[in-house]
Design a protein around this ligand. Sequence first.
Ligand SMILES: Nc1ncnc2c1ncn2[C@@H]1O[C@H](COP(=O)(O)OP(=O)(O)OP(=O)(O)O)[C@@H](O)[C@H]1O
Ligand SMILES: [Mg+2]
Length: 489
Amino acid sequence: MTRPRSEHPVLIVDDEKNIRRALRMVLEGEGLEVSEAATIAEAEAALAGAPHDLVLLDVKLGEGNGIDLLERIKSAPGAERDIPVLMISGHATVDDAVRATRLGAFDFLEKPLDRERVIVSVRNALERRAMGREVATLRAAESGRHEMIGESPVMQELFRQVARIAPTKGRVLVTGESGTGKELIARAIHRTWLQSLGLAELGRRGGEGNVPFVKVNCAAIPPELIESELFGHERGAFTGAVGRKRGLFEIADGGTIFLDEIGDMSLPAQAKVLRVLQQGEIVRVGGEKVLTVDCRVIAATNKNLTEEVAAGRFREDLFFRLNVIPIRAPSLRERPEDIPLLAEAFVRLCCDENGFRPKRISPEVLSRLTRHPWPGNVRELRNVIERLVILADDEISARDLPPYLEAGGPHVRGSAGSPIPGVEAPSLVLDPRRYLSLTLREFRDQVEREFLRLKLEQNQWNVSRTAQELEIERTNLHKRLRALGIERE
Ligand SMILES: Nc1ncnc2c1ncn2[C@@H]1O[C@H](COP(=O)(O)OP(=O)(O)OP(=O)(O)O)[C@@H](O)[C@H]1O
Ligand SMILES: [Mg+2]
């Protein structure tokens, strides 16, 4: 049998000195640290004074009743209520046992105590405790990942909006450029809504971890599969439908369904989604039974749905159904004051994830990051930071920045004459992902454009000297500049 382990002492609460002594011997024999209390008051003082991993609690405590103390522990506001409690009783009535179990006692031990039975129960309780701690850590890490960062007025307004609308079950349409955090907003609404539910309501739904948040990437599901993905199918509904499958709406029942990239959904699929939103009912493909589903719908898109409606690519009736509460995720350009905050948070996160010592980020880098227009918004910023963290030494300095940040960005003219970093600047193609959507021709042009612009800036736009350094004809360089659309600002 493995020995029980704990970080904090086990508290023994019993008014009989002999019992306390006997239990202490058993537990210390197992290598556990022990503290004692003879009365409810002493026990409460001990619990308030130091963290404990387990409580062994006698039911009859002189004047007091151990079950009352159990009740107080289990309804404590802080972490105290997660401490497992083993009840001990000399002449337990069934009522006591039932009440203690209802209140959340971990186990009920009867006197005379059997040594083995005590050890097994203590070990189980401590294991559960350790597991609970792990879950809490994971959950904290998880919520950290979904944490929205921002102190700018636009973000504060956004937080207020989320807090206001989350407790309602109203449908939300989140719009905004790519990488602005639309998914993060959807998750924050779901989380805030959960927090607004009473404990009883949460319990009815099986606890916080069991209320579903189902993300559907509407752009990624082929049109011919969307119906069976969303609504499920019965066995044999079509070739390949081997078994019965639950649809995403069904899985989201009682929680939230997040229809991401809704602007990319085909018109036939839109018609089907409209039907669910109108009737709150679904029928599995190949099935007959009508199932009612109750889930909150949050949709998101980086398209302008009003334009899509005007162009006949998006159903107007669906747009109105989805757009009950509109939320706009602001671009990073609208809140440059948040950039240092975000950058530093991403540095911390990335160092953590990679097991690096915390790295610093120089003020100059922060100021350059703040001036960049970030067409890819927070996602782009995060990618850039992750690369910097991996490449840089303990301090991320201006030298580590990719050239397009030095020069003010490939899409934006400006900052001519900024100091050019040493030739050892790592590579022009620092983030190949930036280029993945391009053809080879576009890629070459893009890289050549960035390179020539830098070269020209280095030479104060002296074309002859630049041509010389590049070892090409001056007329040739002029031709390339025209072809690539490079002009002096
Ligand atoms: N306010 C914010 N604070 C911290 N991180 C953020 C914030 N906004 C976005 N991010 C991060 O940026 C990345 C992109 O966010 P998200 O996926 O939510 O964007 P999106 O708007 O859904 O983008 P797309 O339209 O491309 O799907 C994620 O890694 C997310 O964690
Ligand atoms: Mg998204």
